[in-house]
Design a protein around this ligand. Structure first.
Ligand code: FE2
Length: 446
């Protein structure tokens, strides 16, 4: 594989070589000097004999704040990277609506899925756990586990149904995209917008992680309101790759997910052939350890929305199609307060995973790589050990260290797939954890 990628200087001291800093910027980058036209998008002839192509992530007429598009200058336009597509088996990948099994209403939790021994690519290793909403109406999401043991070779993929949020839990992932190369490892995330072609490579062996398919509005930074101009996820910490391309005339399999089905066609050349691009519709990565958490300084436990990294807005302000929320290292200082999350029921439904460490509301049974589902209006909260421990703890300032849990939270109920329902890793007894909580009520003791 030949990837031509110039090294850009680390201007702010924070950018790694090969990335540009900022969230949703109007970026511009070229792998060959002068490949980008100046002052126009579509000259009569592009430099180097390139084709100009616009990729629009929003309708043309979307308001400026949500208008997303990029101009790509490529060896061949996508229409030339095309062929006779045939529908192929999508394996364990499911798309909403998907009502293939009816689960009893209860909290659900699973142990980590083992990485298989056989050679599977990331696309072959996507196992859908839940789906929500309806991909065809561009609302809702799916939560998956990905497992892979080998790189995609002579294969490129794009997803017409969804934006893809990768949350690695084990192993490094290289996403060679049309826009450039993104490397991520546990503790980092990457977002590949809808329609962006990429190949997933495994530079350091087998991988496991979580994947959210977002059928709705593109993930963006949440409003900060009275928090002000800083903290939470700061825009400068997001990294978008510089242009990189391959000029490779070799049989390449193009896979496309469209309408919930997987399609494949044979191409004569690699479509990762974008020599230069500009615009604000591009893949990016972010290191979750750069998140600056804000929380209660005196008493009580704030709503978990205070830890939102990215949000996919819906038509109703404040009612997210998806919130991506993390529970990172942080100090617990609240006085006279039950410090873990409180007991609650919520209209939003919560798919939760643990990247590393221990989650404070569930110190046992929720292990890195595991996952849980607390669905729309189903009760949940700390288990007995967490409740008894936190109710009797000496409330000194305490640091939660070496931990990173997260939620894919959506306004829609999440439906479990048949695969997830039947997994031997599902903890059959988890639904009864609440029954172990003891009665403490004593009317004679205020
Ligand atoms: Fe919750």
């Amino acid at each position: 594989m030949t990837i031509v990628q110039p090294m850009t200087p680390a201007r702010s001291g924070t950018a790694e070589p090969g990335y540009m800093t900022g969230f949703g910027n109007q970026f511009e980058t070229e792998a060959l000097p002068g490949a980008l036209p100046i002052g126009r998008n579509s000259p009569q002839k592009c430099a180097y004999g390139l084709y100009a192509e616009q990729l629009s992530g929003s309708p043309f007429t979307a308001p400026r704040a949500s208008n997303e598009r990029s101009w790509l200058y490529r060896i061949r336009p996508t229409v030339a990277h095309w062929g006779r597509f045939e529908r192929i088996d999508a394996g364990l990948w499911r798309t909403a609506p998907c009502a293939e099994v009816e689960m009893p209403i209860q909290p659900l939790r699973w142990n980590p899925l083992p990485i298989p021994a056989e050679g599977i690519t990331l696309l072959q290793g996507i196992r859908t756990i839940t789906t929500a909403g309806d991909a065809a109406t561009q609302s809702g999401m799916a939560a998956h586990i990905y497992l892979a043991t080998r790189s995609m070779v002579d294969e490129v993929f794009y997803n017409a149904d969804a934006e893809m949020l990768f949350v690695p839990q084990q192993g490094a992932l290289r996403l060679a995209t049309e826009f450039g190369v993104i490397d991520i490892a546990p503790g980092e995330i990457a977002v590949i917008p809808r329609g962006v072609k990429f190949r997933a490579e495994l530079p350091a062996g087998p991988v496991r992680g979580y994947l959210c398919e977002n059928y709705g509005g593109a993930l963006t930074l949440p409003e900060r309101g009275p928090i002000g101009a800083n903290c939470l996820a700061n825009p400068r910490d997001f990294l978008t790759p510089v242009a990189a391309y391959e000029d490779r005339e070799a049989p390449t399999r193009m896979l496309v997910k469209w309408g919930g089905s997987l399609w494949a066609a044979e191409l004569a050349a690699s479509p990762l052939d974008v020599v230069a691009w500009h615009g604000n519709y591009a893949p990016y990565k972010y290191d979750l350890r750069r998140y600056s958490p804000v929380g209660p300084l005196l008493f009580d436990h704030a709503d978990p929305s205070i830890f939102t990294v990215l949000t996919s807005p819906s038509e109703t302000p404040g009612t997210a199609n998806i919130d991506f929320v993390i529970f990172p290292d942080r100090w617990m200082v609240a006085e006279n307060t039950f410090r873990p999350p409180w007991y609650h029921m919520n209209i939003m439904s919560e798919f939760m995973g643990l990247i590393y460490g221990q989650y404070d509301a569930k110190p046992q049974g929720f292990t890195p790589g595991g996952f849980s589902l607390h669905n729309c209006m189903l009760p949940h909260g700390p288990d007995m050990d967490a409740f008894e421990g936190a109710s009797n703890a000496d409330l000194k300032p305490h640091k939660l260290s070496g931990t990173m849990a997260f939620m894919f939270e959506t306004r829609f109920p999440q439906r479990v797939t048949r695969y997830a329902a039947e997994l031997p890793e599902r903890q059959a007894e988890y639904g009864a954890y609440g029954a172990k909580l003891r009665k403490h009520f004593d009317p004679s003791r205020p």
